[in-house]
Ligand binder design. Structure first.
Ligand code: G4P
Length: 543
């Protein structure tokens, strides 16, 4: 990695760091590939002055490059390369954006990233509506009750009917919507948005991929003549009709429900032409909270009152091929992190200094000397951390709630080519599983002779194969299995031999011996639940 840079914050004697924590906003952006996540992120950074020109983060050209080069990079490093945290300042806030890897490298990491975010911004393509990947990520947000903010993008292109879009979000995702603004037309006839709270129209100005928001005009809707001049007679009539419908039909703005993740505020805009982005950012920052207390086994840990604590949400191997190192990503939950201070790794029972704490940006690492609750740091991991581990001050002892195991959707049976290398094989596959790149299971009645691997994104199979060969010198063959759904069994006292499912159902167990079921389709899951009274199946496992 190039670009290593050491920087020190000038003021080392910050006795009261509450201000630092309170100005932090940490969120993830979720979307289906191509909805405009990268473009929107780029525009955010532009407002924060983090970059000078739109397109310099990872424009579509580089994104494409990344896709086509993916195998090579992935093979070289054995990891997914697209994980990063972007930090920038805007209007007195310190904003951390967590990138959720999409496309082919969609994996459990994408889900885990959401565990480290305080809220999520959901980008939806106005001509496509809710798409598959959004649906999956959304489920995780709901499970965690994290606030979701919706940005409906690409209004400069012909869009679906606005009411239908909202209806789709409500029906498909099961969350009430509350439009903060409302689009006037779309595509060639896109004229801007109506801001409900201010009762004014903000006119659209296409800045042609410009680097700043265009010169929008604000027109109060009471100024009918001026309004007609900008949006036309027909546009005005339609807008008034829609406002009336909207006021009658949509959920009322309720900040408490938004913060509980039960109501999503909806914004409309066009990231590409830079319209509606700053409007979104301003509202968003007002509605979101700084880092909130987090649940641990001793109760809630307050971000400001409590000393430094963090938890590991992701482990990435071999970012630096020469050193075969692992980086553990931690979300700081409370207090101030001081690189020189000793901390305790609770699960390992060890007091230590975190080695080479870094802020991992898109393609560079900065060595950090301090960071605050809300921030994400990456530290060198000599192989001691596991996902979900807690780090706190040496005098303390508590554990944050574990990170659930997410349901893999692709399964394969793994066979060694050379059975003499059994030991290396088991060691390798167990270590890779411990990093969280894959999940391993066993046949229900046998042991580790037959290993079944489950992954969230298919490319993880290639990563597994490559890493076993290169790091453990073990060649494997993968036999893909037809299962697409896995369910954990919640019932503690179930006699598994008596459990009856459909003929294509398969019983397996995880490394701890917990029983699981594999299914080919949703229908089989329904049938199995029907045939076994009282059976409780879950999509998320516990670590
Ligand atoms: P992603 O990260 O969610 O995958 O999406 P990304 O931002 O890369 O955007 C996907 C495509 O959609 C890109 O076009 C991008 O320019 C375009 N796009 C993003 N926001 C808007 C918008 O508000 N309006 C319109 N019309 N297009 C938008 P591309 O053709 O694939 O790449 P490029 O050649 O334009 O760079």
């Amino acid at each position: 990695m190039n670009g290593e840079e050491r920087f020190e914050l000038e003021d080392k004697n910050v006795s009261n760091y509450a201000d630092e924590i309170n100005k932090r906003r940490t969120f993830a952006i979720i979307s289906h590939p191509d909805a405009g996540k990268t473009t929107l992120t780029e525009k955010f950074l532009l407002y924060g002055g983090a970059i000078n020109l739109a397109g310099s983060v990872k424009g579509k050209a580089t994104a494409r490059h990344a896709v086509s080069d993916w195998m090579e990079i992935e093979k070289e490093r054995g990891i997914s390369v697209t994980s990063s945290v972007l930090q920038f300042e805007y209007d007195g806030f310190c904003i951390n954006i967590l990138d959720t890897p999409g496309h082919q490298d969609f994996s459990e990491d994408t889900y885990r990233t959401l565990m480290a975010a305080d809220s999520a911004v959901m980008v939806i393509d106005a001509s496509k509506g809710v798409e598959a990947q959004t649906r999956k990520l959304f489920k995780v947000c709901v499970m965690r009750h994290i606030p979701i903010f919706t940005f409906i993008n690409k209004l400069d292109r012909d869009a679906n009917d606005t009411f239908e879009l909202l209806d789709e979000i409500e029906k498909e995702l099961g969350i009430a919507t509350c439009p903060v603004n409302w689009p006037i037309g779309s595509g060639k006839s896109f004229k801007g948005v109506y801001e409900r709270a201010g009762q004014c129209v903000i006119t659209y100005s296409d800045t042609e991929k410009g680097t700043k928001e265009g010169h929008a005009t604000r027109i109060p809707i009471t100024e009918e003549e001026l309004l007609t001049e900008y949006i036309g007679e027909a546009g005005r009539t339609q807008l008034f009709d829609e406002i009336e419908l909207l006021d009658g039909a949509s959920a009322e703005y309720d900040l408490e429900l938004i913060r509980a993740g039960e109501l999503t505020p909806v914004f409309f805009g066009s990231a590409l032409t830079n319209f509606g982005v700053e409007i979104f950012l301003q509202h968003f920052l007002k509605m979101t909270t700084p880092p909130l207390p987090r649940k641990a086994d001793i109760g809630l840990i307050d971000p400001v009152e409590h000393d430094f604590s963090a938890f590991v949400f992701k482990i990435q191997a071999n970012m630096n091929k020469a050193h075969r190192d692992r980086v553990a990503f931690m979300r700081i939950c409370s207090g101030r992190f001081d690189a020189g201070a000793e901390v305790k790794h609770v699960q390992g029972g060890k007091v230590m200094r975190l080695s080479q704490p870094q802020q991992i940006m898109a393609d560079e690492r900065k060595i950090l000397s301090e960071a605050y609750a809300g921030d994400i740091i990456g530290v060198f991991d000599p192989g001691i951390f596991s996902i979900g581990d807690t780090i706190c001050m040496p005098k303390e002892q508590f554990e944050y709630e574990g990170i659930p195991t997410f349901a893999p959707e692709h399964f394969a049976r793994v066979r060694q080519v050379d059975t003499m290398k059994r030991k290396q094989f088991v060691k390798g596959i167990t270590q890779i599983a411990q990093e969280g790149a894959i999940q391993i299971f066993q046949e229900f009645h046998t042991g580790l002779e037959e290993i079944i691997v489950g992954v969230v994104g298919v490319l993880q199979f290639d990563v597994l194969q490559y890493r076993l060969e290169n790091e453990y010198n073990v060649e494997i063959k993968l036999e893909h299995l037809p299962y697409e759904h896995i369910r954990w069994i919640e019932n503690q006292d179930l006699d598994l031999d008596k459990l009856t499912g459909t003929s294509d159902m398969k019983k397996i167990k995880d490394l701890k011996g917990n029983p699981l079921l594999l299914f080919v389709n949703q229908w089989s899951i329904g049938m199995t639940v029907e045939r076994n009274e009282g059976l409780i199946l879950s999509e998320f496992g516990r670590n």
